[in-house]
Design a protein. Structure first.
Length: 196
């Protein structure tokens, strides 16, 4: 059984980032809508991070089972993003898988795409259902509703402190860390976060 490795995680993140840059100049990318293109680098990066972080699968090892778990459990529970993001996940990853297949980086693009298309609708529904969210996503969503800038760690810390004072308990002790996926040069809007 494999163990998690920061080195492998960083290598995977760097390779996927470079592949995403190359993908953005590809024929597969050109078929995406403007909105899907806007979401593509975040969708690919967070997908790759979750696939390695929770299943220890590098892109060459991506499996249908891990993809299913990522799309049905991890993304809806952990990624704070709007419907435009979740609606883009399936077409973006489908195009990315086709690109990776065409460039010889993965051999199971068809199988991954079939699984992805099967779970995409449920993923979108679950992402909108607070019952499917993890505690951190629920907390960040409430902070957004309360007008907190979730991109500002100081504002989050203040919000958590106020919640702790109001409830008399320690809430969100893990939420003080940045919720962003680690990626070198990827942009992210203030309302799109991977939460732990």
């Amino acid at each position: 059984m494999k163990d998690y490795s920061d080195k492998v995680a960083d290598d995977t993140r760097n390779r996927v980032s470079a592949w995403t840059d190359e993908f953005e100049g590809s024929q597969e990318y050109s078929c995406l809508s403007a909105g899907q293109k806007e979401e593509s680098s975040f969708a690919i990066g967070v997908f790759a991070d979750l696939m390695y972080g929770y299943h220890l699968e590098t892109p060459e090892e991506w499996s249908e089972g891990a993809l299913r778990d990522c799309c049905l459990a991890l993304l809806p529970r952990k990624v704070l993003a709007g419907p435009e993001f979740y609606g883009a996940v399936e077409p973006v990853l489908t195009a990315f898988f086709a690109f990776l297949r065409r460039t010889g980086r993965i051999n199971n693009a068809a199988e991954l795409t079939i699984e992805l298309k099967e779970v995409a609708g449920t993923m979108i529904e679950d992402a909108e259902d607070p019952e499917s969210w993890g505690w951190a996503k629920a907390l960040f969503t409430q902070a957004l509703e309360d007008g907190v800038d979730v991109a500002d760690e100081g504002a989050i810390q203040k919000y958590l402190q106020e919640l702790n004072e109001q409830t008399g308990s320690r809430v969100g002790s893990k939420a003080g860390s940045s919720g962003r996926p680690s990626s070198n040069k990827r942009k992210q809007t203030s309302k799109r976060k991977r939460v732990r």
